[in-house]
Each structure stands twice: as C-alpha cells, then as structure tokens.
Design a protein around this ligand. Structure first.
Ligand SMILES: Nc1ncnc2c1ncn2[C@@H]1O[C@H](COP(=O)(O)OP(=O)(O)OP(=O)(O)O)[C@@H](O)[C@H]1O
Ligand SMILES: N[C@@H](CCO)C(=O)O
Length: 291
C-alpha cells in the first residue's frame, strides 16, 4: 500500500489561515511490512527521525493508539519548512496510515478535523486531503472546535514556485505577526480576501491576482523572511503575470501566470541573485490518495 499526499500553498495572500491550494509535488509513504518496531526509511536528512518520534508515526498513533509497528519507506519532493505544507503532508499521511491499517473508515470531514486540531489551522491540511482549492474556517464555539469548508475548482493556470534554499519554520514566521488588528484594518483585510475568493470562483485570475497581492493580514509583517518578494513582484508585473505571493509562512513565493508568460517569467526568476530552486507546478485535483 502507498499513501500519496500533495504539497499545498496556504493563504494565497489575503486568505490567511483559511484558503489553500493543492500542488503537484508529493510525499509518498509505502508500507514494506509489519515489524517489531517502527522504522521509517528516508533520505530527507538527519533532522527527520527514522523511528516512532517521526511526526508520521506520532500522528498515526494519536489516531489509533493500538497500531502495530510497521517498516515504512518515505519519499518526498516537498521541501521541508519552505511554505509548501510539508508538516500538513506528513500529518495527513499519518491519519491515512492509521485509517487504512485499522479500517477506521474516516470521512473526509473527520480527517480534516483531526489534521486541523494537530496543525492548528486548516489552510494546508484541507487541500492536502481534498485536493484543488479549499476555503475553510476553524474556530471554537462554546469550547467546541468547529470547521466549515468548501472545495472548489481552481482556474487553470501556470504555477511557478520560487523556493529559497533557506528554511523558515512556521512557528518562527508566526511569531512576528501582530496580536491584534484595528476594526478598520480587519474590515479592509477581509473585504480583499472576499473579492479574491469570489474572483477565483468566477475563474477571473486577473482580478483574483490583484487581490492576492493586496494582503493586509500577514505579508507585511513577514518581510524579513522574504526579501526576494518585491523583486519577484516586479518581474511578474512587468511580464503581466497574475500574481506573486508568499506561499504559506514562506520563504517560498508562488507565482500564478498564463501559459504564454510562464517561460519568460521563469527565465527572469533564474537571473535573480540568491540561491533558490524554481519549479513549475500545477494544481493537484485529488488530494490524498491510496494505491
Ligand atoms: N517528511 C517529514 N517527516 C517528518 N516530519 C516532517 C516531515 N516534513 C515536515 N516535517 C516536520 O514539519 C516541520 C516543518 O513544518 P513547518 O510548518 O515549519 O513548515 P512547512 O509545513 O513546510 O511550511 P508551511 O506550513 O508554511 O507550508 C519540520 O521541521 C518537521 O518537524
Ligand atoms: N496560514 C499559515 C500557513 C502556514 O502553516 C501561516 O501563514 O502561518
């Protein structure tokens, strides 16, 4: 059995902690055999545990405490701590691992609820589970966690990810956010997000892109982690791309463009100073899959 989970890009500018899109880069978990202890074979570096300390196993055990240990193989093309949902991908894989090994028959909603309670916000894990574009809300109502979510088709476009080689942990990137915003500022920020979402639903990426670049919730506070964002925005604007915005907590910047502008924008990104990997991606429409 193989579990395959897509990368995700959260926020899309003003959809902070709420909107996300699944992308064509994947984490794959393969069950090799039942064993006497948990082992995770991977080549993702020394910081990622090979034993039951791995977040994959921790999550699976949280969902199904009596799980029998397995020998697993993990491969991933989702870079860690770059803003492409690596932590959500592993949490979603852990939930699916427990689901399949214990025949729990978890529904899509139950998986989203579990993943969100671990991750703290639904904008990466919901699209990792559902695929495509997901808008979600998560709040506590009389101490009860409440989730609402809607999956919708994301318009066809070219997606370019500018992925710096340096890592930024979500925790670190959230620590610079303000604790409060004024009522006036919150109304502005929310109206921009509303138009962004409505434009995506209408298939109007030109308008959606304008709104994606007008975020007022988080990007301004995170500038220290993304000194490259301003230059990328100039390149995208000059070449009439749709938008460039911080992917999740950064430092990756996601660029949306039409097919005809994609090669030129990619070429200009490659000429930029600094070390980054540039990948052309597409929208994953399926979410987590088991083969
Ligand atoms: N394949 C993996 N196996 C085990 N743990 C992982 C794996 N991938 C990510 N993690 C854990 O998730 C952490 C990174 O999560 P973090 O939320 O900081 O970044 P991200 O999910 O890549 O970015 P973002 O949430 O902004 O999209 C890693 O430090 C590690 O603890
Ligand atoms: N909405 C989250 C996504 C990263 O986990 C953030 O921007 O901090």
């Amino acid at each position: 059995m193989k579990i395959c989970v897509p990368a995700t890009s959260a926020n899309l500018g003003p959809g902070f902690d709420s909107c996300g899109v699944a992308l064509s880069s994947y984490l794959t978990i393969e069950i090799i055999e039942e064993d006497t202890k948990w082992t995770v074979d991977h080549e993702l570096g020394d910081a990622i545990p090979h034993d039951e300390q791995n977040l994959l196993i921790q999550t699976a055990q949280q969902v199904a405490p009596g799980l029998k240990p397995q020998h697993l193989k993990m491969t991933s093309s989702i870079p860690i701590a770059r803003g492409l949902g690596s932590s959500s991908s592993i949490i979603v894989a852990g939930i699916e691992l427990a689901n399949r090994l214990e025949n729990l028959n978890l529904t899509e909603r139950q998986k989203i609820e579990i993943a969100t309670s671990i991750e703290g916000h639904p904008d990466n894990c919901a699209p990792a589970i559902c695929g495509d574009f997901v808008v979600a809300s998560y709040f506590f109502n009389q101490n009860k966690p409440t989730i609402h979510y809607v999956k919708h088709y994301f318009p066809e476009c070219q997606i370019i990810a500018y992925i710096p080689h340096s890592q930024v942990l979500t925790k670190e990137s959230r620590s610079v956010l303000p604790e409060t915003l004024s009522f006036e500022e919150a109304v502005k920020a929310s109206s921009i997000a509303n138009v962004m979402i409505a434009a995506v639903l209408n298939g109007d990426l030109r308008l959606a892109g304008k709104m994606m670049e007008q975020d007022r919730w988080h990007e301004a506070y995170r500038q220290e982690f993304v000194p490259h964002l301003a230059t990328i925005r100039e390149i995208v604007k000059r070449n009439e791309g749709y938008a460039a915005f911080l992917s999740g907590a950064g430092p990756t910047v996601l660029i949306l463009t039409s097919e005809e502008k994609s090669d030129l924008i990619t070429f200009e990104l490659e000429q930029m100073e600094g070390s980054a990997q540039i990948e052309q991606l597409s929208v994953d429409r399926e979410g987590v899959q088991v083969f």
